[in-house]
Design a protein around this ligand. Structure first.
Ligand SMILES: [Zn+2]
Length: 439
């Protein structure tokens, strides 16, 4: 049924097996396999042990990695000296939100070796639509925020109302601003308006009934909160009242939900830090304009130490690269990015990689971060394969190639510790006891 040539896998599935794979579900979001899986022995692989590559033999039994030889082996796979690493992850995206492009997105993520994704705001309806297309061995494992908590006319509104009524994420004219401000088609699905503590109480049940995997909140330049709140000629430029954040975090904790905060400036970051959120969905300074004061986005050593002490995750999603950005703005942004990342690295804060892009995986963003030179190749690999999956699925045994962990891994042709670009050179993908079929 499977043919191997030069370590590449060619799948010739029978219709029955395909049906079986697509209908293979885990009991609790990828935890325990419910079907009998084939047992594999993997020979001639160099396995990443968290520090280096080590030649060893692993088995996949019931979708779980083990070094103990099982009584029965269905297939022996020759890894041909390939480098075996845990799968990659995307801790900040907005994909997997609707049927129309789910097949294309899934294929792209699996092809780039990205098996886990955290959707940091989505329309709840879109997530329900694709519920059968995610969280299976043949697809990407996704955790969803659903609608984020924001203020009236706040961030999120311009995107989701814009998409709903103008077919684009935001307004470009004063007329469009007013149209979006007047629209409420996606309220209580793609976003929740929370302006007061009373409104939070009133809507809390509804938010929990949506069954989000975590809670997303928006903070946008909170030092200008009042001024932005009072404007009537803009939309999407504001977030929650910072005074509400500690209560929101307390309520989320009581409901067993982790909180991820959109933060733009260091002021936002400190509001989130003091309230005890679990994750900063951005690193301040993801885009620093030429007219911006860079100091607005620069963390201090104290911020970084506090982030580390409180075990808060930070997700740099470096969107400011590529052809759309002017060279001098990119350089200015890079300086802030390097400054902030260096402080977090020195403080040993928890870092996870994300893309924050529609339709693409974080591959280019991670390669861009690697070029900044803040992290060694080994650190980059550990952040992307070990750390990032942890903030997406904190309760799963993923991100390590160890006894008892989920049998999910990638095989690259070259050594990514010597040459980080080898992360692109994937020649085999194995997920929860199954070979990944990209056809
Ligand atoms: Zn985002």
């Amino acid at each position: 049924m499977k043919i191997f040539r030069n370590g590449l896998l060619i799948f010739c599935c029978s219709a029955a097996l395909l049906f079986c794979l697509h209908n293979f579900h885990f009991a609790a979001k990828g935890q325990t396999p419910v079907l009998q899986l084939k047992s594999f022995q993997f020979d001639n692989g160099q396995w990443f042990d968290g520090e280096k590559f080590k030649r060893q033999v692993f088995y996949s039994v019931g979708g779980i990695l083990t070094k103990r030889k099982p009584g029965k082996i269905d297939e022996i796979i020759d890894l041909k000296n390939g480098f075996v690493i845990p799968p990659f992850a995307d801790a900040h995206c907005h994909n997997f939100d609707g049927k129309w492009n789910i097949a294309e997105q899934t294929k792209k993520y699996l092809a780039d070796g990205i098996f886990y994704a955290k959707v940091q705001t989505n329309s709840r309806r879109g997530a329900l639509e694709v519920a059968a297309n995610v969280n299976t061995p043949a697809s990407v494992d996704v955790s969803y925020a659903h609608g984020a908590l924001t203020a009236s006319f706040g961030h999120g509104v311009e995107i989701y109302e814009g998409l709903a009524i103008l077919r684009k994420p935001g307004a470009s004219t004063p007329e469009e601003v007013q149209k979006i401000r007047a629209s409420k088609t996606r309220e209580n699905g793609a976003y929740y308006i929370i302006d007061t503590a009373a409104e939070l109480e009133l809507k809390w049940r509804k938010i929990l009934d949506g069954k989000p995997d975590f809670l997303k909140i928006y903070l946008l330049t909170t030092e200008e909160f009042e001024r932005r709140r009072d404007r009537t000629d803009t939309v999407g430029d504001r977030g929650l009242d910072p005074a509400l954040v500690p209560t929101i975090v307390k309520k989320a904790r009581a409901a067993g939900l982790r909180v991820s905060a959109h933060v733009d400036t260091v002021t936002d970051y400190r509001v989130a830090l003091a309230a005890g959120v679990d994750e900063m969905a951005h690193l301040p300074g993801y885009y620093v304009g030429l007219e911006d004061d860079a100091k607005k986005y620069q963390l201090t050593e104290k911020d970084a130490r506090e982030t580390s002490r409180r075990k808060i995750w930070v997700v740099p999603a470096p969107i400011a690269h590529g052809s759309w950005i002017k060279e001098d703005a990119r350089k200015k942004t890079d300086e802030v990015l390097k400054h902030n990342l260096s402080l977090l690295r020195a403080a040993k804060a928890r870092i996870a990689f994300g893309s924050d892009r529609y339709g693409s995986t974080p591959l280019d963003d991670v390669l861009y971060l690697s070029k900044l030179g803040v992290f060694s190749n080994l650190e980059m690999l550990k952040i992307w394969t070990e750390a990032t999956p942890q903030t997406i699925f904190p309760n799963r045994r993923i991100g390590r190639l160890r006894e008892g962990y989920e049998a999910s891994f990638l095989v690259t042709s070259g050594n990514p510790i010597e040459d980080f670009k080898q992360v692109k050179n994937i020649r085999m993908r194995f997920k929860q006891g199954h070979f990944v079929n990209l056809q």
